[in-house]
Design a protein around this ligand. Sequence first.
Ligand SMILES: *Cc1c(COP(=O)(O)O)cnc(C)c1O
Length: 375
Amino acid sequence: MDSAENLIRMNDFQAQWEMIGASALGAVERVGKSGRYILGEEVASFERDLARQLGIPFVVGCASGLDAIEIGLRALGLKQGERVITTPLTAFATTLAIIRAGGIPVFVDVDQSGLLDLSLVEEVLKKDSDIRFIVPVHLYGHVVDLVKLDALRAKYGIVIVEDCAQAIGCKSYGIAAGSIGEYAGTSFYPTKNLGGMGDGGAVLCGTLERASLAKTLRNYGQSEQYRHEMIGMNSRLDEIQAALLRDAFLPHLGQFCARRAAIANKYKHDISHLSISIPPVPEGSSSGWHLFPILIKQNRQSFREYLLKQGIETGVHYPVPVPHQKCLSGERTEVLMSLPNAEMFALQEVSLPIHPFLSDSDVERIVTVCNSWMP
Ligand SMILES: *Cc1c(COP(=O)(O)O)cnc(C)c1O
């Protein structure tokens, strides 16, 4: 068995194209005919539609999730050398955005779910009243406890930029991810829950003033044509990408997330191997299941090889805690404590396929193969 076409992959963009191809081609044709390719009506319409769907007042399209976080931090006036609390267990882009905005990442360990541990964050803030910024990440599609996060802000006066790249449309106690931070950043990288056909991202925020600042920063720092108020970036979302997202992907977001949640429920219910554990979902989080993480205490490599031999691709999110990345050895970073949970996830985590195009029999097969592993 196990020919390439039998392989269950982490993503299935060909099946996706079968579903969205016609509307994608229609979107491209509309943009082509419009003759406008940069910052026109398509970007503006997509921003409005996404804002409405998320229940967040303003969305500002930009070039990537990385840029969205950088724009948020810069718009909030992060100063060179100012410290920013963040998580050691995330896509490297989170930390890269902090560094590019001039900040010094300060790593605080994660909790049992793999998300920034807000109790540890509070201990740090108690001791060090100079720290003003925090970038929490809603990892795996799970949402950091937003009630606690909001309370931390009230108590310590911190400024928050949420990393929503993996949690678009998700909630914590009914509060939308991205609506608590002064800004939030999200990504339309193809694998994300709302992924496009290339790179893209968006800044989310609650006021018109913040939205205009983000719009200025994404477009060379100009407030109007040839009037440059700030040192800005070129970080625009293309008209074509916005049209694709609006016509072909956004209408399916709810359905895709529901399918991911149904698969997650099946896994939680049916995977019963003693050597496989599933990290808890944070209290209050209605998750988007961008990924389905499991923990394999020992022999992770042999587990992954076994699944691959049975025709199932897996991932690891993430194998190296961010502060151990080579390029950070010459950079200013702070690790205020040991990071046992992040180290544990780095050693033990495996992500099972959970994309919305898995069939019921694919899911059955994944469960059966997991349960039949002999460590
Ligand atoms: C994907 C991702 C990013 C970066 O998004 P890009 O669009 O690839 O720049 C940032 N943070 C997290 C948690 C991500 O998963």
